[in-house]
Design a protein around this ligand. Structure first.
Ligand code: CU
Length: 208
């Protein structure tokens, strides 16, 4: 009787692990793009540059659930987040927009949200990714979008942040701001690299 119960428990635990929700990894400190509106002028500030770019990391072999599967096998990060620096007061029918001015080929963006609410994110292609609109309406809440790339190397994206109507047409009378985000797609974390190396050695032995 006891043995049967133990076996059942083990089976349930395995089942929950296999059927568990697999979400993209979150690591590193938040890097906030601070947005403010002062006397009709939008300001955008970020503390990163090419020399301290956000790292995009790849977790080979991981498969993410549902819409998050767009990040499978890519180098990605959700470190950058859009945040209001103080109170942003807009009139009815006015919204804050972010529009891609330029970005390195191969850099993709998918819509996120609060970092730890990964299961709620849409993972929709935005900001020009996959033919999506270059302009994206920012809610004014903290939003950490997912950036991803297919290959190692450095990437950057420059955005214009402006006040627009519901359709994204700039509202006259406001000055916009420009901001550039920097990325560096780096080799896999040490643990994963070692696993890869082990596989390589095994393959060589087999051939010899
Ligand atoms: Cu944040």
């Amino acid at each position: 009787m006891n043995t049967t119960m133990t076996l059942t428990t083990v089976a349930l635990m395995c089942g929950s692990a296999i059927g568990g929700v697999s979400l993209p990894n979150v690591w590193g400190p938040m890097e906030h793009v601070m947005i403010s509106l002062d006397n009709g002028a939008v300001h955008a500030h970020v503390g990163t540059h090419a020399g301290n770019a956000v790292e995009l990391q790849r977790f080979a072999g991981e498969n993410y659930d549902g819409a998050a599967a767009v990040l499978d096998d890519s180098y990605y990060s959700s470190q950058y987040g859009w945040v209001a620096d103080g109170f942003i007061s807009l009139d009815a029918g006015e919204f804050m927009w972010v529009e891609r001015v330029s970005s390195t080929a191969g850099l993709d963006v998918y819509e996120g949200g609060m970092r730890m609410m990964r299961e709620m994110h849409t993972y929709d292609a935005i900001l020009g990714t996959g033919g999506s609109d270059d302009a994206w309406m920012w809610s004014g809440m903290m939003v950490h979008n997912w950036y991803s790339a297919d290959a190692l190397g450095s990437y950057e994206a420059t955005y214009e942040v402006f006040v627009g109507d519901a359709s994204g047409n700039a509202v006259l009378g406001y000055d916009s701001a420009m901001v550039t985000l920097n990325f560096n797609a780096v080799p896999s974390p040490a643990g994963l690299s070692l696993l890869g190396l082990g596989g390589l050695v095994a393959a060589r032995r087999r051939r010899a």
